[in-house]
Design a protein around this ligand. Structure first.
Ligand code: 13P
Ligand code: SF4
Length: 303
């Protein structure tokens, strides 16, 4: 019974002084269970500032790692150990060290979707909602950006006077959508506004009415006077969109935008995570301290 497991989770949460955080791409029942649901930037702030001493992070590994980097005194648990982000794995510290040598004057900026080892070599981390503001505050003319080529390209278009060295990473979920998928909806629903995540490829971004993070897409649709939207990001955001906007209609492109990693975490994982303190994020202290600087700079410059 679903109520039973939720009750047991709530009891354990009190007993262990824990907080549950969930990203908008998580399953609906996980979002409903969480104390806070949000985009990557918002969740990293909650993780840093919360008073509880245990954080159950329902998201993917780099998110839980970022929470641990920011709050080493807290126990950070990733309920499903297989919830990784393939894009984060596309950048490695060894190759980055070589690229840095080739561009010694460049600022090194990583998307928060990266490993702790990569963050440790970067000047600042960014999220999709904070990237433009942060890069505005960087006074260097040359920027190494990794791992997401699409987000990097999107940002670089806003700074024509800076030179960007882009990594070749991508999100498999966002890469899948093609502009034809959106056009076929627009033929039937010409009034619908197209809301796109910057992890999508350039031709898809080009047909967007609005480009933003998951949280920004939800806010845009909620505040808009429009009643119809094409949502071009992982389908998990539909849960919050429909909750906040019961009278509006949301269409999805004709391809399933599901991140299998975000969907790995189920209620049983959250229960076992609290019961057995699993899977605890443990980081090498030297790496953590270096990576901390990049996340602190993210909050300072993006604040
Ligand atoms: P945001 O929630 O910051 O938009 O991030 C999207 C994402 O892909 C997380 O993995
Ligand atoms: Fe990684 Fe893409 Fe999944 Fe986000 S949606 S966790 S970027 S694979």
């Amino acid at each position: 019974m679903i109520e039973n497991i939720i009750y047991k989770i709530e009891e354990l949460k009190k007993e262990k002084n824990a907080i549950i955080l969930a990203h908008y791409y998580e399953r609906p029942e996980i979002q409903d269970l969480a104390d806070y649901v949000g985009d990557s930037y918002y969740l990293s702030k909650i993780a840093r500032d919360c008073k509880e001493n245990t954080i159950v992070f329902c998201g993917v590994k780099f998110m839980a790692e970022s929470a641990k980097i920011l709050s080493p005194e807290k126990t950070v648990l990733l309920p499903n150990i297989d919830a990784g982000c393939p894009m984060a794995e596309m950048a490695d510290a060894e190759t980055l060290a070589k690229v840095k040598k080739e561009h010694p004057n460049a600022a090194v900026v990583c998307y928060i979707n990266s490993t702790a080892e990569v963050k440790a070599l970067c000047d600042v981390s960014v999220t999709s909602s904070s990237a433009v503001k942060i890069i505005q505050n960087i006074d260097k003319d040359e920027i190494i950006f990794l791992p997401d080529k699409n987000l990097g390209e999107y940002i670089s278009e806003k700074f024509p006077n800076k030179k960007f060295i882009l990594w070749n990473g991508f999100c498999i979920t966002h890469k899948k959508v093609k502009v034809e998928n959106i056009e076929s909806i627009k033929i039937l629903k010409p009034e619908a506004k197209v809301l796109v995540h910057p992890e999508c490829e350039k031709p898809v971004r080009a047909v967007a009415d609005f480009i933003g993070s998951t949280g920004e897409i939800i806010d845009y649709a909620t505040k808009s006077l429009n009643n119809e939207f094409v949502i071009v990001t992982e389908e998990g955001v539909l849960h919050e969109l429909k909750k906040r906007n019961p009278t509006k209609t949301f269409y999805v492109p004709g391809t399933t935008m599901t991140c299998v990693n975000m969907k790995r975490t189920i209620l049983e994982d959250v229960y076992e995570s609290l019961l057995y303190n699993q899977h605890e994020i443990i980081l090498d202290e030297e790496i953590r301290l270096k990576a901390l600087a990049s996340l602190e700079n993210m909050h300072k410059l993006g604040g």
